[in-house]
Write a protein of this length. Structure first.
Length: 237
């Protein structure tokens, strides 16, 4: 059974690997600034793996520069989707849409939905032939994302992603010290090759700004689990 699931999953992976690569060249500083307003205009979106399920429906929103903006909503309402679009993991151009082949894998939510639909049909006395699955037309991708009035598709991809810091709901922690885990965030930045003292200052500053220093200081300092002596930021995670 495990081999069967792995085979189905492998087909999905190869489909993603074979997808067309996006354009990575474009505008960057000083032609454009990551500190400009970000605006979504009439965005309609569905994921490539589920082209018939609309996730964002004519969404228009502006994130003003210099302000903290919270996107609040129930699970599945599109919060993570907005972040994914801002990082340019997906396109809004319907002509460039890459439709993934139908997956053999189904998540638990989809299975639960199908069971609920079947129960409703049985209550109503309806039946659907097993070999016929009615589907709505694929969602038409449309809208655009603007950075300071310039289309996000025209921005240099590597530069743009280097301007974004993302902390996931379930962050991955490397089997290393707190110091090293935070220091890894400097990779790819202008401070990547700076001195150890500069990096230490930046790590401590980042921990304080994230209010993480409060619990780091309270961690027990166990002998032999430090990269640098006399630093509370070097305790094992």
């Amino acid at each position: 059974m495990a081999i069967g699931k792995a085979t189905s999953a492998a087909a999905d992976f190869f489909a993603v690997i074979d997808a067309p690569k996006p354009s990575i060249i474009g505008l960057k500083e000083p032609e454009i600034s990551a500190r400009d307003d970000i605006e979504l205009e009439s965005v309609n979106f569905a994921y490539p793996s589920r082209p018939h399920s609309k996730v964002l429906d004519d969404l228009s929103v502006r994130f003003e520069s210099g302000k903290l903006t919270a996107i609040v909503g129930a699970s599945g309402s599109g919060k993570s989707t907005i972040v994914g679009l801002l990082e340019r993991w997906y396109v809004l151009n319907d002509a460039k849409r890459f439709v993934l082949p139908e997956t053999a894998m189904k998540d638990d939510k989809e299975k639960a939905k199908e069971k609920e639909k079947e129960k409703e049909k049985k209550k109503k006395g309806e039946s659907t032939p097993k070999n016929i699955v009615p589907l709505e037309p694929p969602v038409t991708l449309s809208g655009k994302i603007l950075i300071g009035g310039k289309n996000l598709d025209d921005v240099d991809l590597k530069w743009w992603r280097s301007q974004i810091g993302l902390v996931q709901q379930e962050p991955f922690i490397f089997n290393d010290t707190i110091y090293r885990n935070v220091e890894y965030g400097l990779i790819g930045s202008q401070w990547e090759n700076d001195s150890d003292d500069t990096k230490k200052t930046l790590v401590e500053q980042a921990c304080k700004e994230a209010f993480a220093d409060e619990f780091i200081i309270k961690l027990p300092l166990v002998s032999g689990l430090f990269l640098k002596s006399n630093s509370q930021y070097c305790a094992k995670t």
